[in-house]
Structure formats: structure tokens, C-alpha cells
Design a protein around this ligand. Structure first.
Ligand SMILES: Nc1ncnc2c1ncn2[C@@H]1O[C@H](COP(=O)(O)OP(=O)(O)OP(=O)(O)O)[C@@H](O)[C@H]1O
Length: 337
């Protein structure tokens, strides 16, 4: 998608490992093979993907292997078998921690039994280096899902996906290719100021020497507290990178969301990518029927866009700087900070 002269690339790669994941009631269990050492690699199957599909995947025959287009960082492949189809992504350069993070996010969303996401089955290392993830293959429908259904199901996911550890996630992950820090924090304002705005502002200063945006942005980050007065903020499971490239529908027209950058946060932060998500009025009406709109929602909307504009500035360069800067200036003015 072309935005403001630059290309938005929505992709999600996470870091760190999954130690435990509950299974979603399917007979194929999610598992992660951590084989980082050369010694372990030596004993690895030449084709761990085929091996898994023909064992735990319960297939006896792979009838077809075909490429799937659309992804930017990973190679995507469809495996058709007598036990159904599997969707596989491989990356020749990055270890399994990235896909472990993706699987952890997908699994957390899957477990809410609300909006449809592919069930992750297996993450592991490739014998030639790199890693893979095997997940449920979803046949996409011809049209985009119904907007009100999307709004309702997303709200149901936010409502169902709660955390008792505060705001954050069990692993750090990435937003685009930028690290996304998910250190558990009890206070949302602190989490958002430090791990979302603060992290991106530091990055902008580091890579562009942009001390103007850094200083004004930090001033804003220190003053956002009043935007949340009287608001009840519970940690909700967020997809984290919800733009049109990560939203589709299945053959029944049910909404499907893919490629997450999950964490537990304020539900309104999910709309941070709304400038390229195409959410219409019926989406928001259905959403707020399940997750009622909180006072001051409109005043916080730009603050949540800011994180993603800053990320786009850091990823794609100066064409996004002015959008980020004008949000910062407008918010500073509104807050008289
Ligand atoms: N579970 C799935 N079943 C069928 N097709 C899928 C599935 N997940 C993703 N796809 C398709 O495969 C394409 C590539 O997947 P994805 O976007 O996750 O790749 P990526 O390279 O990891 O991410 P990015 O697009 O952010 O670079 C998507 O555009 C989508 O059309």
C-alpha cells in the first residue's frame, strides 16, 4: 500500500522463545524445536517440515507443494496433503525466535476463540540455517470481511484476552522490523510512554540524529497522563499491527487476522494503524457495542497513531516525519505542555 509517498510494509517478527503454549483442542499440538547449536543441527532431519507434516501433522502423503505470494520477509509455501493443507513460512537468515514469537501471538489470539486466526502448529530450525513455522492453512474468500463482523469479533478478542501480569507480553517482538519491547509493566501510561513512544523516539535520534523530534516527543510522553484521567484501562490482547494487509476473510466471509505483533495493552491502541486499515463507520459501531467507548477516546486517537507514524519514520524515512511531528505538536498544544 502506498502511503504518503512511501510503502507500508506490515510484517511481524518477534524475538525470544516460547517455553509453554497450551493447545487449542486440535489434535495437532504446537511445538517448538530449539536447535541452535551446530551439534544439534548435525542430527536434524534434512527436511524437518516434511517430517513434521508426515508425523505429527498426521498426513501420509504430500500431494503438492506450491509457493504463496504476498509476504515480504519470509518465503511462504502451501503444502497440500491427505490430512489437509498446511501453510509454511521459512526464513533462511533468522533463527526460530522470530517465528516462536509469531506463534505465541497467534496462539494467544486463537485461544480467545473469537476472531479467526491460523492455528500455529510447529516452529523449528532449518538444517541449512534459518527457521520455519507451520500453521493452519486458511482458504481466503473473494471479498473482504464484513466490517461490522470484523469490529464485533475484534472487540470480543479484546474482551476475552486478559492478562494478570499487566501491560506487555511474554516475549519482545517486532513491529515491522523494529524491535517492540514488551516488558511487563503495571501502569499503561508508563508502558506506552517508555516502551512505545520513548523507544521509537530514541531510535529516531540514533539513526537520524533527530534531536528535535526526540525532545518534543519526550516532552509529550511525560505529559500524556491527563489524557487518561477517569479512564478504566485493562490489559487487553492486541493484534498490534492491524492494517489492511493483515486483515482478510475466510471462505465463509468470516474475518481473519494474520501476522500479529501481539501484546497486552489499552484496547484503543489497536487503532494505531487505522490510517491504513480502512475501518469504516460500521466497524466502529459494532466494536463499541462490545467494548464501550471510553471518555476522551477522540483525544487519545492521535497519540496511538503516533507510535506507528514514528515507526514508519524509523523504517521508511523522512516522508513520515511530518505526520509524526504534527501529531506531537498538536498534542503538546492541546495539553499546554
Ligand atoms: N495461514 C495462512 N493460510 C493461507 N495463506 C496465508 C496464511 N498466512 C498468510 N497467508 C498468505 O501468505 C502471504 C504471506 O504471509 P505473511 O504476510 O505472513 O508473510 P511475511 O513475509 O511473514 O509477512 P509480511 O507480509 O509482513 O512481510 C500473505 O499475504 C497471505 O496472503
Amino acid at each position: 500500500m502506498v502511503l504518503g509517498g512511501a510503502v507500508h510494509v506490515g510484517f511481524s517478527c518477534f524475538s525470544s522463545c516460547i517455553s509453554s503454549l497450551s493447545n487449542g483442542g486440535l489434535s495437532r499440538k504446537f511445538s517448538s524445536t530449539k536447535l541452535h547449536k551446530p551439534l544439534a543441527m548435525a542430527s536434524m532431519s534434512n527436511d524437518p517440515i516434511r517430517e513434521w507434516i508426515l508425523s505429527e501433522g498426521k498426513a501420509t502423503e504430500i500431494s503438492r507443494i506450491s509457493p504463496v505470494g504476498g509476504g515480504c520477509i519470509n518465503l511462504a509455501t502451501r503444502y497440500d496433503t491427505d490430512a489437509g493443507s498446511f501453510f509454511v513460512k521459512t526464513n533462511r537468515n533468522i533463527g526460530p525466535s522470530m517465528f516462536d514469537g509469531e506463534a505465541l501471538g497467534l496462539n494467544a489470539m486463537y485461544e480467545t476463540r473469537t476472531i479467526r486466526v491460523p492455528k500455529p502448529f510447529k516452529v523449528g530450525s532449518l538444517p541449512t540455517g534459518g527457521s520455519y513455522i507451520i500453521m493452519e492453512f486458511i482458504e481466503f474468500g473473494a471479498s473482504r470481511s464484513n466490517q461490522s463482523e470484523l469490529g464485533r469479533k475484534l472487540a470480543e478478542m479484546h474482551k476475552a484476552g486478559k492478562s494478570n501480569k499487566g501491560f506487555g507480553f511474554d516475549v519482545d517482538n517486532t513491529i515491522g522490523s523494529t524491535p517492540q519491547i514488551n516488558t511487563w509493566t503495571s501502569d499503561w501510561v508508563e508502558f506506552y510512554a517508555e516502551h512505545r513512544l520513548g523507544y521509537q523516539l530514541k531510535l529516531a535520534r540514533q539513526q537520524y540524529g533527530d534531536s528535535t523530534i526526540y525532545e518534543r516527543g519526550q516532552r509529550l510522553a511525560k505529559n500524556i497522563g491527563s489524557l487518561f484521567e477517569g479512564v478504566v484501562i485493562e490489559p487487553c490482547l492486541l493484534h498490534g499491527d492491524l492494517w489492511s494487509g493483515n486483515i482478510t476473510s475466510d471462505r465463509n466471509g468470516e474475518p481473519v487476522i494474520l501476522d500479529p505483533a501481539c501484546y497486552y495493552g489499552h484496547n484503543e491502541a489497536e487503532f494505531g494503524m487505522s490510517w491504513c486499515a480502512g475501518f469504516g463507520g460500521s466497524f466502529y459501531i459494532a466494536y463499541f457495542e462490545v467494548m464501550p467507548k471510553q471518555p476522551g477516546f477522540e483525544k487519545r486517537r492521535d497519540l496511538y497513531l503516533l507510535y506507528h507514524y514514528l515507526n514508519h519514520y524509523n523504517l521508511f524515512g523522512s516522508s513520515y516525519r511530518s505526520s509524526a511531528m504534527s501529531i506531537i505538536d498538536d498534542c503538546l498544544l492541546m495539553l499546554k505542555a
